[in-house]
Design a protein around this ligand. Structure first.
Ligand SMILES: Nc1ncnc2c1ncn2[C@@H]1O[C@H](COP(=O)(O)OP(=O)(O)OP(=O)(O)O)[C@@H](O)[C@H]1O
Length: 312
């Protein structure tokens, strides 16, 4: 388990991380989301003892990471896949990491197999593709067979096969009972991979809940689609309730800011038949944009967006 308590990091006047408190539970994939500059990497670095908090604390398995005797056996991380010794082979890189952390060398070939690095393990890292570097970074994180894993944007730049492989790997690690914290800007991937979400914006906590709850919370004030032979009558009754109603192109009605129960009750009171009644599913992308809209730091101005001049 990872415990973050009142964690704060200031760089001069900038609060990169601002009084964050949350737990990352074992046996689940916890997605760590937030706009660019929200403080995700800084939080992960503090959890791993690479940055010192201005105040508050982060504990891994109940202890500060910096105080652990054999840290790689407790927590493994992929933060930045850039190779440090490009002239070294992947296998040698793993051997050095194993030796300096008291990990048996037999683990080196085990993790090379686990990440599918294969014969590339004997080649110099400077010839590695981005996908190979990511696999090697993940192999390093897995080397000490740790209970806790932190992956910062592991899917960045990977092709579809690589993305699917990472999805399977993190799901398996969580199914094994490990604690997995995963940051990614790929919302559709996160929707398929995470069990729980921690969402931050400008260093502060926005949401900490199971993914189903985050999506359901958004749906409570969502849009309902209804098909009835008495379109005008039902639309009139819903409007009289103060609800916003729009006709959909297929002749159905879209009712905003309500639930299927309310629309069904109005139809029942009116005595009209309902042939279809469904709450529109919101994607994680929509919910995320809604939740973080106020904390985006680098926004395209509306004028720039219209003319296609905005920075991406
Ligand atoms: N070493 C540093 N010195 C000064 N400011 C920093 C430093 N590291 C991070 N920051 C600032 O702290 C804030 C949080 O940055 P961080 O990299 O943690 O965000 P992030 O959520 O990981 O962003 P991204 O999604 O873009 O990777 C940003 O405003 C960033 O400019």
């Amino acid at each position: 388990m990872i415990q973050v308590r009142g964690l704060t990091k200031k760089y001069g006047a900038v609060s990169a991380v601002d009084d964050l408190t949350f737990d990352v539970q074992p046996g689940k994939v916890t997605g760590f989301l937030g706009p660019n500059g929200a403080g995700k990497s800084t939080t992960m670095r503090m959890v791993l003892g690479l940055d010192r908090p201005t105040s508050g604390k982060a504990l891994v398995s109940g202890r500060p990471f910096a105080g652990l005797a054999e840290p790689l056996r407790v927590a493994g991380a992929l933060l930045d896949a850039g190779a440090t010794h490009p002239g070294r082979s992947g296998r040698n890189h793993l051997r050095v990491a194993a030796r300096s952390n008291g990990i048996p060398l037999s683990r080196v070939d085990a993790v090379i197999d686990q990440v599918g690095l294969g014969s590339a393990a004997g080649r110099r890292m400077k010839g590695y593709s981005l996908g190979m570097r990511q696999r090697l970074g993940i192999a390093t994180a897995l080397l000490g067979d740790p209970e806790i894993l932190l992956f910062d944007e592991p899917m960045n730049g990977l092709d579809l096969d690589g993305v699917r492989w990472i999805r399977g790997l993190v799901r398996d690690l969580a199914a094994d009972g490990r604690t997995v914290l995963l940051s990614s800007h790929l919302m559709s991937e996160m929707e398929q991979t995470a069990d729980h979400l921690v969402i931050i914006g400008r260093g502060r906590l926005i949401a900490d809940a199971p993914i189903a709850e985050v999506l359901r919370g958004a749906r409570a004030g969502g849009t309902v689609r209804v098909r009835t032979p008495a379109t005008d009558d039902l639309a009139g009754a819903l409007l009289r309730r103060g609800l916003r109603v729009h006709p959909a192109a297929d002749g159905e009605l879209l009712v905003e800011g309500t639930t299927a129960e309310t629309v069904g009750d109005v139809a029942l009171e009116l005595g009209v038949a309902v042939h279809r009644l469904a709450e529109e599913q919101h994607s994680l992308e929509e919910v995320y944009l809604d939740l973080t809209g106020d904390s985006v730091q680098y926004k395209v101005s509306p004028a720039a967006e219209l003319t296609g001049q905005g920075a991406r």
